[in-house]
Design a binder for this molecule. Sequence first.
Ligand code: NAG
Ligand code: NAG
Ligand code: NAG
Ligand code: NAG
Ligand code: NAG
Ligand code: NAG
Ligand code: NAG
Ligand code: NAG
Length: 561
Amino acid sequence: MKSSLFIYALCALCPAIFTRVAGAGWEFIQNGTSGVLALETIIVSPTLAVFFDFATTGDPLQINNHSAWGGLWNLETNEVTALNVVSDTFCASGGLLSNGTMVSVGGNLNFVGGTSPGIDGRMGLRIFEPCASPSGEGCTLYDDPDTVHLTENRWYPTTLRIFDGSLMVVGGIHEVTPFYNTDPVNNFEFFPAKDGTVPRPSAFLERSLPSNLFPRAFALPDGKVFMVANNQSIIYDIEANTETILPDIPNGVRVTNPFDGTATLLPLSPPLYIPEILVCGGTNASDQIPVANLSSQDPASDQCSRITLTAAGIKKGWEVEHMLEGRMMPEMILLPSGEVLIINGAQTGYAAIAGVHDAVGNSNADNPVLTPSLYNPSAPLGQRISNKGLPATEIPRMYHSTASLTPSGNILIAGSNPNLDVNTTVKFSTEYRVEYLNPPYMSLDRPTLTGVPSKIAFNSNFTAQVTIPDHVGSHPVIKVALMDLGFSSHSFHSSSRLVWLEATLSHDHKLLEISSPPNNRVYPPGPAYIFLTVGDTTSAGIHVMVGSGASPPVPDQGRRI
Ligand SMILES: *[C@@H]1O[C@H](CO)[C@@H](O)[C@H](O)[C@H]1NC(C)=O
Ligand SMILES: *[C@@H]1O[C@H](CO)[C@@H](O)[C@H](O)[C@H]1NC(C)=O
Ligand SMILES: *[C@@H]1O[C@H](CO)[C@@H](O)[C@H](O)[C@H]1NC(C)=O
Ligand SMILES: *[C@@H]1O[C@H](CO)[C@@H](O)[C@H](O)[C@H]1NC(C)=O
Ligand SMILES: *[C@@H]1O[C@H](CO)[C@@H](O)[C@H](O)[C@H]1NC(C)=O
Ligand SMILES: *[C@@H]1O[C@H](CO)[C@@H](O)[C@H](O)[C@H]1NC(C)=O
Ligand SMILES: *[C@@H]1O[C@H](CO)[C@@H](O)[C@H](O)[C@H]1NC(C)=O
Ligand SMILES: *[C@@H]1O[C@H](CO)[C@@H](O)[C@H](O)[C@H]1NC(C)=O
């Protein structure tokens, strides 16, 4: 959809006159250390992120006289405090429910030499209730697998919030295996449970073996779920329990662990919210080659594949374009501008640890990509990807690294550890340094949005106060993004979402009338941040609860589209 949909300024057809103000441009800034390895990251409040690690014996952050493996990262002070995680969160996933509670899902048996205090986390359902304290004081994690747990053991599962505000849990593996999914959990389950806790078998997961860990799955605006695993894709109808097969990713490219590419649902635009999926990176290697026959120097795929999920779009199939370099283990972050940041990963090799015959240190991947790119979904094919003006970091972010948009509008980046334990002596050692990628607007005078209600019903209008900096000119182009910041684990940002909201600016540029999403399928009910972009500057995000805030499952709400 074209940006003209969001132009509600006084003079939509006038050429926008921008008085550009010199700022710092894009920049990486290191600040603080994560204390635990941030191999999973989720923003849980306007000021806090949660990091999860494996139940290690070596992290510097301590709790109860042992190394912690969970931390609350304070985005204001850039300091971490330990979370009391009880079960092993290694290679888990998670998400937010319709009532704002964060749930960490699945995990590991805890294999670190038997000396770690962690207990079996494979059925983990760890609950972090909404935290009102800006510093996180008094906010704790409930982690008792004897009381609250999944139906199956799941290491490497995907978790996403669906239309009724529950979490859907997809696939995984039962046991620790070195590379391919050789002990698969070929089914789906939900939290809170559906179907009397009986998991639903999936032919898709069966078919996409053995490189189908962390399937990339998305809640579509009609309530169905799109999934891609290995080189295959489907639409799953939760209500009918049916799978519809879509075309394979072209050219033999495989995109899920241990062949990690990544995927995102592109921004959804009114009035039709037509979903488009973008899948980038991974490899075209065969998934029948034993890991010891693969090389850390095998080139990663530079392919991005995009599909429109309408009957005509599916018939047309995947449209192929190319990144500026191959990327194994990239992550894609939706930005409030509607662009997609492609960040992290390696130009060669594979995910996982110490499997290939020529591991670098213990890393199956080599040649880290240090410069991010931007993908502009509305540019013509072949002109969408650029790294112009983007800086290079000095920190490789490969296996077990994470990235997330923050409520203030910059990108938090942490982790990277292609090692079996904490290893500080090897090439590609355990990485605790936290860094931010600041978009240019972070150092400019920014628009502000105030008076946004804390709870927003579907299909309703509300008015917010705005201030617009002088430097954007007198005919500002306004875009209002409603965003789920997602859960980052293993090069995938599950539940990440951007829904454009229709908005009308008052003649005096002081008030913005905003329309909420039409229903709970366009935006699964739960927490969100609203960002206002004016010209090329973006406000900080305002935290809102979309829907009633009730515990899942919640009934359908709003108007059908
Ligand atoms: C931690 O160790 C110290 C010194 O050995 C001891 O006094 C303290 O009680 C321990 N704390 C916990 C929570 O186990
Ligand atoms: C790091 O963050 C702290 C807390 O926000 C801030 O005071 C400090 O200036 C930051 N340092 C750098 C180098 O940005
Ligand atoms: C997808 O992978 C399967 C199994 O390796 C293969 O048979 C099929 O040809 C691939 N599809 C494409 C489009 O390359
Ligand atoms: C893997 O490498 C071994 C040793 O070089 C070789 O004997 C074997 O044929 C290779 N297997 C495959 C499937 O490439
Ligand atoms: C596989 O990918 C590599 C790296 O992008 C490329 O050089 C090669 O041509 C691809 N092979 C096929 C058969 O597409
Ligand atoms: C770090 O990895 C290297 C390479 O595998 C290994 O030789 C070394 O023992 C490891 N160190 C620790 C502390 O595990
Ligand atoms: C919200 O505002 C839009 C645009 O002014 C209008 O078309 C729509 O009817 C309003 N919706 C409600 C529920 O008031
Ligand atoms: C949200 O719902 C979950 C699942 O029912 C429940 O465990 C949690 O306590 C609820 N939190 C709040 C704040 O209602």
